[in-house]
Design a protein around this ligand. Structure first.
Ligand code: HEC
Ligand code: HEC
Ligand code: HEC
Ligand code: HEC
Length: 245
């Protein structure tokens, strides 16, 4: 009887020890599992990253004509770009032009003196105006009336120099060459001058390609009567139909 009890106690101790062992083994297994899981998650993470990079790079690897954006395309296409060979040189080479530099803009404008009928003025203006006028001469510039600013603001001597007719003069009395008469206009029409310099007012000669050649103020505006007449747009009306018959 006693021996049986002892055996049972021993058995239960044995079982307890086995349980302990089992528990220890299990916890070790769990540890290994956890470690494995951690590693797996890490791998999964880097795999996802790798896949992501792979897809991104794969999609960047465009086939010949495919680009991500317009900017990419422009950059790719302009790699081997060589300046355009288009030039307006052949169109303007026969024109008599002079080069000017104004506020960082260098361009050509038509030479002017050769176009002015009564130049050189000193062919007649050898004496001061008063003496010229005093003589019983035929009025020289009879066809010329000044319709610019009102007479209190402007007269002939605002722009011309009675003592040096071959040159124009600024409001402060500085000499201005007839070829560069825009220097006269810019004193009062600063806004239009600024626009003209950049190419926003006026017009180019012949072509848009470089070298730039632009009309100057007096190519379009008569300095003595600079305003353009207002006019209606051409209408195809009964009046026009009658005129055409
Ligand atoms: C063919 C001769 C002749 C030529 C060339 C000539 N002038 Fe005169 N100009 C005169 C005479 C003469 C007068 C004075 C009588 C008059 O008012 O018509 C005069 C007067 C003037 C006056 C003063 C007008 C006034 O009403 O006070 C100006 C300004 C003038 N000329 C500018 C010029 C300029 C600028 C040129 C050159 C682009 C020029 N002239 C070329 C003969 C000439
Ligand atoms: C706003 C400035 C200005 C005023 C004011 C002015 N002129 Fe002129 N004049 C010019 C400029 C600029 C030219 C040159 C135009 C060109 O390049 O075609 C010129 C040209 C002339 C010429 C030569 C025209 C030709 O085609 O042969 C005569 C003559 C002349 N002016 C006379 C006068 C007389 C006379 C007055 C006064 C009644 C007068 N100007 C007032 C700016 C002016
Ligand atoms: C001393 C100042 C002065 C100078 C120099 C001058 N102008 Fe004027 N200009 C005026 C004034 C003032 C008016 C009349 C006011 C207005 O209509 O804005 C005018 C009017 C004009 C107009 C008509 C404006 C409109 O609205 O119809 C034109 C175009 C013009 N000028 C061009 C020129 C050109 C080109 C030159 C050079 C050859 C020149 N001006 C030189 C003062 C000047
Ligand atoms: C290619 C011809 C051309 C040239 C060059 C040019 N203009 Fe004009 N300009 C025009 C025309 C067209 C207008 C508009 C006229 C209208 O609206 O009635 C104008 C208008 C103007 C006016 C009136 C105000 C405005 O802006 O509408 C002024 C002032 C003027 N120009 C001054 C100048 C001056 C100063 C220069 C030179 C620095 C110049 N222009 C050169 C064609 C020209």
């Amino acid at each position: 009887m006693r021996i049986g009890m002892i055996h049972r106690v021993l058995d239960s101790i044995k079982a307890f020890r086995l349980d302990c062992k089992e528990a220890k083994r299990r916890s070790e297994v769990m540890k290994v599992r956890k470690a494995l899981h951690k590693q797996y998650r890490k791998r999964k993470h880097s795999l996802v990253c790798l896949l992501l990079i792979a897809t991104v790079t794969a999609s960047c690897k465009h086939h010949e004509e495919e680009y991500h954006s317009v900017v990419d395309k422009i950059e790719a296409k302009s790699k081997d770009y060589k300046e355009t060979s288009i030039s307006s040189e052949i169109f303007i080479q026969d024109l008599h032009t002079i080069e000017i530099s104004e506020g960082g803009h260098t361009f050509l404008i038509p030479e002017r003196k050769g176009q002015i009928k009564s130049y050189a003025c000193t062919e007649c203006h050898t004496k001061p105006l008063a003496q010229l006028k005093g003589k019983d001469l035929k009025k020289a510039h009879w066809n010329l009336t000044l319709r610019h600013a009102d007479e209190h603001t402007m007269n002939c001597i605002t722009c011309h120099n009675g003592n040096d007719m071959d040159n124009l003069k600024s409001l402060t009395g500085a000499k201005i060459d007839f070829n560069k008469s825009y220097n006269l206009c810019k004193q009062c029409h600063t806004k239009q001058f600024e626009d003209w310099k950049g190419g926003a007012h006026g017009k180019r000669l012949e072509s848009w390609a470089n070298p730039r050649a632009s009309m100057t103020c007096v190519n379009c505006h008569n300095p003595h009567k600079p305003s353009f007449e207002k006019r209606w747009p051409a209408k195809f009306n009964t009046q026009k139909v009658k005129e055409r018959k």
